[in-house]
Design a protein around this ligand. Structure first.
Ligand code: RP5
Length: 205
């Protein structure tokens, strides 16, 4: 009879970054994991400054019970791809925007991986979605986490509907007294924002 495997007690997600200067962006991922009660660790592991440490980290991660790696880096952002090359774990890459090139350099460095070595790349500075994607991956085998994600999705839907109601009301006020033209198009089809801005626990991205 096979021995029962005990549940991992260490962190399930590793949030790693190339420099502590990335933390202001990566903090959103950390906050989401905390919000969902997912155990995690936060590390600086540089592909260029501490390459040996990075490789050792990547080799050891799965054996330590880590299930998902979130890796953020900026500029010549090789960290997510290099980690993906040495671990069988899913790696989510976060392109961090530096002061030049608006993060396009980071995005392309992370997303343009060769066949066979995938990195799930989120938007530039999109670490909140990286955290949410990690939660979804973990939720595959966890009914409680699935339920928490469904609750979260209901919350963000409520927020969007409240925005819709607010804009509809504002559009109705603005349109009052004006010609209806070809059917009164105030606000139609327009977004209330970029849709990714809200942060913080219970916030809606
Ligand atoms: C990358 O270099 C890091 O991920 C960071 O985004 C960038 C700049 O690092 P610092 O010079 O601010 O330490 O490896």
């Amino acid at each position: 009879m096979a021995a029962a495997r005990s549940a991992p007690t260490g962190p399930l997600v590793a949030v790693v970054m190339g420099s502590s200067s990335d933390l202001s962006v990566m903090q959103d991922a950390v906050d989401v994991l905390a919000q969902f009660g997912v155990t995690h660790e936060v590390r600086v592991v540089s592909a260029h400054r501490t390459p040996d440490d990075m490789i050792a980290f990547g080799h050891a991660a799965a054996g330590r019970g880590i299930r998902v790696v979130i890796a953020g880096a900026g500029g010549a952002a090789h960290l997510p791809g290099m980690l993906a090359s040495v671990t069988p774990l899913p790696v989510i890459g976060v392109p961090v925007a530096l002061s030049h090139l608006d993060g396009l350099d980071s995005l392309l460095s992370i997303v343009q991986m060769p066949r066979g070595v995938p990195v799930a790349t989120v938007a530039v500075n999109g670490s909140r979605n990286a955290g949410l994607l990690a939660v979804r991956i973990l939720a595959i085998g966890d009914d409680q986490l699935t339920h928490a994600m469904e609750e979260f999705q209901l919350e963000i839907a409520d927020t969007a509907r409240a925005q819709d109601a607010g804009l509809s009301e504002a559009g109705a006020s603005a349109g009052r007294g004006a010609s209806a033209g070809r059917g009164g198009s105030a606000g139609r089809g327009e977004s209330a924002g970029r849709g990714d801005g809200a942060t913080g626990p219970g916030g809606h991205g």
